[in-house]
Design a protein around this ligand. Structure first.
Ligand SMILES: NC(=O)c1ccc[n+]([C@@H]2O[C@H](COP(=O)([O-])OP(=O)(O)OC[C@H]3O[C@@H](n4cnc5c(N)ncnc54)[C@H](OP(=O)(O)O)[C@@H]3O)[C@@H](O)[C@H]2O)c1
Length: 250
């Protein structure tokens, strides 16, 4: 079948496109640099023509509160309108475990807004809620850095490797829409500050991590279980050690 991946050149998008192509699907990797832009609408109708499934794996170029909200709202609305015109039968999006527990975070508010547009669209959908990608650890460290110190919450995280995320997105694309949420997570649970300290040390990064229960995670104060799920999520196979050995320096 024809599957359009919005953000098909990104971290998860490119890996998902590769997997679905290997299965024999016709895959369009849609992104501004392939001539498809969900903000301006450029190339969208052409890309979606004849598509059965759309997987939205785009991300905002800016994480600033107002910019990120505008991105996910505008992109979401334009995409749903184009999908309705094209008769798309399954809309899939990737969001975050705990997204609705962290309204202090502008990024989480933007993802909640994206989900609302999908739920109210009338198009059959599946929303995948994932924990943090292992590839995002560097970004998390950066977000808490002041000088040579990294201030991070000791809340739990259960990060998932992008290859496991892509395997799950591929499976969902082959399944029927559930008009609900599928949760995915990495196999191991860590304290965020301890995992980032371990990651930085292994990378030879000299920054020191300080556990700080008041430290904000992209604007939100975390409780111990804000970013994890005990709701029987689908678990990835790749451990932190395995990921670090094969992928951390790519
Ligand atoms: N990071 C995490 O830990 C985490 C956890 C759970 C869920 N998620 C979600 O996972 C999704 C994918 O993240 P990712 O890290 O794979 O993203 P990424 O690597 O940053 O890729 C983003 C993609 O979006 C495309 N894009 C940007 N603006 C666009 C536009 N106007 N129209 C169409 N495409 C556009 C980019 O294309 P260009 O390169 O051409 O700009 C790129 O292909 C995001 O929605 C994020 O919220 C992330």
């Amino acid at each position: 079948m024809k599957i359009v991946i919005i953000g098909g050149t990104g971290l998860i998008g490119s890996k998902t496109a590769e997997r679905l192509r290997r299965q024999g699907h016709e895959v369009i990797a849609a992104a501004p640099n392939t001539g498809v832009n969900t903000i301006t609408g450029e190339g969208l109708a052409d890309a979606l023509s004849g598509a059965s499934v759309v997987i939205d794996l785009a991300n905002s170029p800016s994480f600033e509160d107002k910019a990120v909200l505008e991105f996910f709202e505008t992109s979401g609305r334009n995409l749903i309108a184009a999908e309705k015109a094209a008769g798309v039968k399954h809309h899939i999006a990737l969001s975050i475990i705990g997204v609705d527990r962290l309204p202090e975070s502008g990024y989480m508010r933007a993802k909640v807004a994206q989900e609302k547009i999908i739920r109210e669209s009338g198009i059959p959908y599946t929303i995948v809620h994932s924990t943090q990608f292992m590839e995002f650890l560097a970004g998390i460290a950066q977000s808490g850095t002041v000088g040579n110190m990294v201030h991070l919450s000791p809340a739990y995280v259960q990060p998932i490797a992008s290859d496991d995320v892509a395997d799950n997105m591929t499976a969902v694309a082959n399944d029927a829409p559930i008009d609900g949420v599928v949760e995915i997570s990495g196999p191991e649970r860590f304290r965020l500050n301890e995992l980032v300290a371990r990651y930085l040390k292994a990378m030879g990064d000299t920054r020191k991590v300080e556990a700080d229960a008041e430290a904000r995670y992209f604007g939100a104060k975390l409780k111990d279980t804000s970013l994890v799920s005990d709701n029987n999520p689908r678990l990835g196979r790749i451990t932190f050690e395995q990921w670090f050995a094969t992928s951390a320096r790519k």
